[in-house]
Design a protein around this ligand. Structure first.
Ligand SMILES: Nc1ncnc2c1ncn2[C@@H]1O[C@H](COP(=O)(O)OP(=O)(O)OP(=O)(O)O)[C@@H](O)[C@H]1O
Length: 864
């Protein structure tokens, strides 16, 4: 499922420098360097007599020329390398000033008629190039310069904007050229300058000759429109929304980024009526992925909505793992601005992009990297190893230096040097990869002396994150090449997070929960947070995504896991009843109106939210109830994926008694922060490596299906940012907690005389009460049991005062009304009876195979 969509830039320049520095001393290098020197000496010896034959003025002239060439060349090289070392922000300012200068020069000629040779030259270039459009060049230059200076971080925007402008200019120049009667530069260059310039001539003339002006003008208009779309980063599909946004802005109103069904102001969730919707590409992709029939398309309503559960096409490409990498620059994609309405008066607005701050721009190279290249080169020299540093990829925390071996050099010669390398670069945390996956090169990962923090905001604003609208996509961090890493928790489908204390687990969990709050409404994702340490997650108390208050007691936590198992079973029953294999299909069916309540049921069917269960310290739970926890985890992890339930288990003690074989076998994705020992690394990742990590969010990420762990620097979100997001989501909605998560905490006491017949007895009670007919032969028939068993069931019902005593051949009197059935069944099960407070169905009831009534348990998570 992992897709490396593109590889971020790899800085090779210093590698080349390292290589050349090394060139003089390594064997390969020395032969090259040597031949270079030999060549020059040979050259000078063979030409030596020649200068002597020249006259001294010629020799002087040549000497002066060579000397000045040296000075100029050396200065240029120094300026060049200085410019490379210049802060990128200053470099961008330089470009902006250049644009301003250009704008002034062009304005002087095109606006104020500067005369003379300079004026003529400027006019020849500008008007000759784009004709009358040249008059706009100063304005465009100033606008671009101001944008460059004000938003240096939007470098990729500037590239796109330039392309858009170029397309528009080409199209307009072409149109003007055609409109002016296609003047030829050979015959009438002034005419060309007064039309669309050479650019206009180049596009306008061939089109007009081939297709006539009637066809060429519409084509050029199309080109111009396309340029406009590129300039404004507007896909055609987003035009109506952009227009709506623009209209809203013009009217002075706020643009609602995303609006979702929520609940009434008093906190009561409103059931969402099934609403037909147009099927999106996401649905199609999703349906393909799950090999089920795509949801029927009900025709149809007046607008297209974004289906929150639908996997995007990009997700579907993501076959081999769960992580996705992209280079740091991001193209601003259209914000998620579709409005999903539940009731006209209720909206849920996701936190705005700006709540999370921007991080510092990523450096692809720094002086510290150059020093390391030099140190590595020296080590190879000292140990006479024919190897050279050919480049490096700088990540936020570590840089991976690429080392290529000369022919005949053993890989082991470099790997055996790890201690010397560590000594030379003054860092104990050197990690050697041989080879770098997919490359014939050894990777040496060395911590950056000037490490960078990865801001979660940047990760969530990256195109990798924005391309997918899946609500379970979270920002993970950046990889060693500086590419953003995001992951879809729904595809993990369960994740083990481990690392020594202080290594960065809690920070990751914060980033994860914040990502969910930033991207998903409570209708899309609900959470159960288990925090036995009582400090880590308290900040999230009261957010509407919670279905129960944060659980801090390990015992209750173990029991909450049992509740999760029951919730999963209930969802499965629902899926089976409606003929779906996956909760996403069910949800799509609900949204398309295909899923309707069974006849006679008053249930209002709503989509199921994903359920994310986060346990921040598995060890605490394993100490209290190892067996129960292990078996719950096993059941959940084996089945929960289709039910939309996902587990995140974190521990700072990744030892075999906490992360047991059973748990490991069922939690396929792993995220290891620095561990205190190699043994711990093996427990988490089944391989060494995590013991070499340097802490503070440095991690190895092994998503399900990935062969090799990927090194990432975890995203960082500050406490004040979390507070801002929490305040925002809390201001949107109150949590509506389910009380049966706590009810499960009471041990069930099934009466001894019922023994193994509980299931049959429940069915018998349900039959008798719902039909109000206390007949033993009916039980025999309906339950397909013998006379003796049916008689025993009837006796049990009598002993619980559900039916009256036997009246011979007549049916018994039924003492319980159908309304009281749920509490009656709970009593038989040994569960505490929860009084119905009128807000919804009372206790969670498992009706076995009975679909009609069993629905109520299953839908409870969304509708209670
Ligand atoms: N992704 C990160 N970026 C920058 N700094 C980080 C990151 N993660 C952790 N740190 C730094 O490391 C410190 C400890 O991190 P954190 O509290 O997440 O560790 P932990 O593994 O949860 O420890 P414990 O198990 O004791 O709770 C943080 O206070 C922060 O200074």
């Amino acid at each position: 499922m992992a897709t490396r969509t593109s590889s971020p830039s790899t800085a090779r320049s210093s590698g080349a420098r390292g290589g050349s520095a090394r060139g003089g001393s390594s064997r390969a290098g020395s032969s090259r360097g040597g031949s270079g020197r030999a060549g020059s000496s040979r050259g000078s010896s063979s030409r030596a007599p020649e200068p002597e034959r020249r006259a001294w003025p010629a020799r002087l002239g040549r000497g002066l020329w060579m000397g000045s060439a040296h000075v100029v060349g050396g200065t240029a090289r120094r300026v060049g390398s200085g410019a490379r070392d210049l802060d990128p922000a200053l470099r961008r300012d330089g470009v902006a000033f250049l644009l301003l200068g250009l704008a002034i020069v062009v304005a002087a000629r095109e606006w104020f008629g500067l005369s003379g040779v300079a004026g003529d030259a400027i006019h020849a270039v500008v008007a000759g190039g784009i004709g009358v459009l040249g008059a706009l060049v100063p304005v465009i230059g100033v606008v671009m310069a101001v944008r460059l200076m004000r938003h240096p971080e939007r470098s990729s925007d500037h590239g796109r904007e330039s392309i858009g402008l170029a397309l528009i200019a080409t199209a307009v120049a072409g149109i003007i050229h055609v409109a002016q009667g296609t003047p030829s530069p050979k015959v009438n260059f002034a005419g060309v300058q007064a039309a669309g310039g050479v650019v206009g001539w180049l596009v306008g003339t061939p089109l007009t000759v081939l297709l006539s002006s009637w066809v060429s003008i519409p084509l050029l208009v199309l080109l111009g429109v396309f340029g406009l779309l590129v300039l404004t980063a507007t896909p055609v599909a987003a035009i109506p929304r952009r227009l709506r946004e623009a209209g809203a802005r013009l009217r002075g109103g706020e643009v609602v980024e995303e609006v979702h069904p929520a609940q009434a102001a008093d906190g009561t969730p409103r059931p969402r009526p099934p609403r037909p919707r147009r099927r999106s590409a996401g649905d199609e992709a999703y349906a393909r992925a799950h090999e089920t029939d795509p949801p029927a398309e009900t025709e149809d309503e007046d607008r297209t909505t974004v289906l929150p559960m639908a996997a995007t096409a990009a997700d579907e490409e993501d076959e081999a793992g769960t992580a996705e990498l992209l280079p740091p620059p991001t193209t601003p994609l259209p914000a998620r601005a579709e409005q999903l309405e539940l009731a006209p008066d209720i909206v849920y607005q996701l936190p705005g992009d700006t709540v999370l701050v921007k991080g510092a721009p990523h450096k692809v190279r720094s002086a510290a990297n150059d020093r390391v290249v030099e140190a590595l080169t020296n080590v190879f020299d000292q140990f006479e190893i024919n190897a050279q540093v050919t480049g490096f990829s700088r990540g936020p925390t570590v840089t991976r230096y690429e080392v290529e071996l000369g022919s005949g050099t053993k890989v082991e010669r470099v790997t055996a040097l790890s201690k010397n390398i560590a000594y030379a670069v003054a860092s104990a945390d050197v990690r050697i990869l041989s080879p770098i996956p997919g490359k014939s090169a050894i990777g040496i990962e060395i911590p950056n002396a000037d490490r960078e923090t990865v801001s979660l905001g940047d990760v969530l604003r990256s195109s990798a994150a924005r391309r997918s609208e899946h609500p379970m996509v979270i920002g993970v961090g950046k990889d060693v090449e500086g590419g953003y890493v995001v992951a879809n928790l729904a595809k993990m489908p369960h994740l083990l997070v481990a690392g020594a204390t202080g290594a960065g687990k809690s920070s990751f969990i914060n980033s994860m929960i914040t990502s969910i709050m930033m991207r998903a409404t409570p209708e899309e994702v609900r959470m159960v947070l288990v925090d036995p340490k009582r400090v880590e997650l308290t900040i999230y108390e009261g957010i509407p995504h919670l279905i129960t208050p944060i659980i801090t007691s390990p015992k209750k936590a173990a029991e909450a896991l049992e509740w999760v198992v029951r919730e999963m079973d209930a969802r499965y029953d629902d899926l089976a009843a409606f003929g779906f294999k996956h909760i996403d299909d069910f949800n799509a069916g609900v949204r398309s109106g295909r899923v309707q309540p069974l006849p006679g049921s008053e249930r209002v069917i709503a989509p199921y939210p994903y359920l994310l269960v986060v346990v921040d310290e598995l060890a605490d739970l394993m100490m209290v109830a190892p067996r129960d926890v292990e078996s719950s985890v096993q059941r959940i992890t084996q089945l929960a994926r289709a039910a939309g339930i996902h587990l995140i288990l974190a521990t700072q003690r990744p030892s075999v008694d906490v992360v047991t074989g059973l748990i490991k076998a069922n939690v396929p994705s792993r995220l290891a922060f620095a561990t205190s020992s190699l043994a711990d690394s093996r427990v988490v990742l089944d391989q060494p490596g995590a013991e070499k990590l340097i802490g503070q969010g440095d991690a190895l990420f092994l998503p399900m299906g990935a062969a090799k762990a990927m090194r990432v620097q975890g995203a960082w979100v500050t406490e004040s940012e979390i507070h801002a997001v929490v305040d925002h989501v809390k201001s949107q909605m109150q949590p509506s907690y389910r009380d049966d998560v706590a009810v499960v905490a009471t041990k069930k006491q099934v009466d001894e005389d019922i023994g193994d017949d509980l299931d049959l007895l429940l069915q018998a009670a349900e039959l008798v009460v719902s039909t109000q007919f206390g007949s033993t032969s009916m039980l025999q028939r309906k339950l397909r049991v013998g006379f003796a068993k049916a008689g025993r069931l009837m006796d049990l019902l009598e002993s619980r005062e559900i039916v009256g005593p036997s009246e011979g051949s007549k049916a018994r009197e039924v003492l319980i009304q159908p309304d009281d059935l749920p509490s009656c069944l709970a009593m038989l099960r040994g569960e505490p009876v929860v009084e119905d407070d009128g807000d919804g169905p009372p206790v969670a009831v498992d009706y076995g195979d009975d679909d009609e009534t069993g629905d109520e348990d299953a839908w409870s998570l969304t509708n209670r």
